[in-house]
Design a protein around this ligand. Structure first.
Ligand code: ADP
Ligand code: ASP
Ligand code: MG
Length: 425
């Protein structure tokens, strides 16, 4: 008998037929003698719909109220799933984040789980019920509803698995597992049987939305192995776990991220303390910046460029307007039409020349590189957003990652790509 946490994403619960299928899977687990906790996302694209609804009334909805609204999506699916399970003759109980004891920080829209008080959840399991927890949501100590950022149900599942010491944490989604690249962007992407926490973390941080980055962090910190797999088949998926140092692929995957913008501050005086002032002011507002490049100084002035999430641009402009005045800087420019492309692989450490090959492939395809950054197991470049798919497919082929099989499911439409860039807002 095992204690299983199984998380189901929006597509896996998009309509009554799919909810029935998920119920069937959970009931089968239960009948095999396992204890089962399901963590659910909102049905289909209902979180996007709720966001649109909010924005139709207020362009910048108050963060607290937005969380009250968005948390309702998961409550719809949790109760429906409980009903579908009960219809099969097995007892089930659905729980909101609060009822499941998920205590979070105060940061509305991007709260972090601080603690899980799982007594009630464990009691329900002992009572032989299938427990269904609303993902993506929690509650602050003060009793306010919070959400964990887009894709946050993954993190709910992993944190609950850690909190109740589950034997397995399964993340069921609409593809067969983690691929070498988003299969909806690169049809020859290959499914990985396993990937290390560190590589998955870099891929998630670089834009691979298949697992929320925070969920991988929690999994690594608490040693929870994740099995990411399809909700529609029985095929085993991808195991995300501690590294097996014997088998390190040079490149495990390629990711893209269109949710960042490039900011360039022009003609900054080349003096001690200027970068400290600019980035100090940005940090004081808690805005994350990523790649930072300072050009060679000419005539005592230099340009500083960096990337930041498009969703933070309003707050960034407020900081920069003030800095421009204080430092006597000429102007700053913002380019929202960029993409970051990242190659990730633990084997890179022992294989020099990966970055050079990446730049060569991009050059051969007439793709200009705007910025570069690296970590021990990642090389990232900023390119023109319109060339994202060209860069992804060409790099995938050049690094020998192409599968013999072509992924036949739907490819991303240009509207979906635009929505991806929009999501961070
Ligand atoms: P869910 O609703 O189940 O959480 P998501 O849309 O959040 O599903 O994540 C699954 C999607 O992630 C896939 O449909 C795929 O388009 C995308 N994706 C991005 N990068 C990858 C990757 N490397 N491997 C697999 N899927 C990826
Ligand atoms: N429903 C939330 C979202 O769409 C959480 C999730 O799906 O993980 O982001
Ligand atoms: Mg997701």
């Amino acid at each position: 008998m095992a204690l299983i946490v199984a998380k189901f994403g929006g597509t896996s619960l998009a309509n009554p037929k799919r909810i029935k299928d998920v119920a069937g899977r959970l009931v089968a687990y239960h009948r095999q003698g396992n204890q089962v906790v399901a963590v659910v996302s909102a049905m289909g694209k209902s979180t996007d719909d709720l966001l649109k609804l909010a924005r139709s009334l207020n362009e910048k909805p108050p963060a607290r109220e937005l969380d009250v609204l968005l948390s309702t999506g998961e409550q719809v699916s949790m109760s429906l799933l409980a009903m579908a399970i009960e219809a099969r003759g097995v007892r089930a109980v659905s729980m909101t984040g609060r009822q499941a004891g998920i205590v979070t920080t105060q940061a509305f829209n991007r709260a972090q789980i601080a603690e899980i008080k799982a007594d009630r959840l464990k009691r329900e399991l002992k009572n032989n019920r299938i427990v269904i927890v609303a993902g993506f949501q929690g509650e602050t100590k003060e009793g306010d509803i919070t959400t964990l950022g887009r894709g946050g149900s993954d993190t709910s599942a992993v944190a609950i698995a850690a909190g109740i010491q589950a034997d397995v944490c399964e993340i069921y989604t609409d593809v067969d597992g983690v691929y070498t690249a988003d299969p909806r962007m690169v049809p020859r992407a290959k499914k990985l049987d396993q990937i290390s926490f560190d590589e998955m973390l870099e891929l998630a941080a670089s834009g691979s939305g298949v697992l929320q980055m925070r969920s991988v962090e929690v999994a690594r910190n608490y040693g929870v192995a994740i099995h990411c797999r399809s909700a529609f088949t029985k095929t085993p998926g991808t195991l995300v776990k501690e590294a097996n140092t014997m088998e390190q692929a040079i490149i495990s995957g390629i990711a893209y991220d269109t949710s960042e913008a490039k900011v360039t501050i022009r003609d900054v005086p080349d003096q001690v303390g200027i970068a400290a002032s600019v980035f100090g002011a940005i940090a004081a507002k808690n805005i994350n910046v990523d790649m930072i490049v300072q050009n060679i100084s000419e005539n005592g002035a230099t340009d500083i460029s960096f990337t930041c999430p498009v969703s933070e641009l309003d707050r960034m402009r407020a900081v920069l307007d003030q800095q421009v005045r204080e430092l006597g800087v000429r102007e700053y420019l913002i380019d929202e039409s960029i993409a970051k492309i990242s190659l990730v692989g633990a084997g890179m450490k022992s294989h020099p020349g990966i970055a050079a090959k990446m730049f060569q492939v991009l050059a051969e395809n007439n793709i200009n590189i705007g910025m570069i950054s690296t970590s021990a197991i990642r090389v990232s470049v900023v390119i023109e957003g319109a060339k994202t798919q060209l860069a992804m497919t060409q790099l995938h082929t050049a690094f020998g990652l192409d599968s013999d099989q072509v992924f036949t499911e739907t490819q991303l439409t240009s509207e979906e790509l635009a929505a991806k860039a929009e999501k961070g807002r």
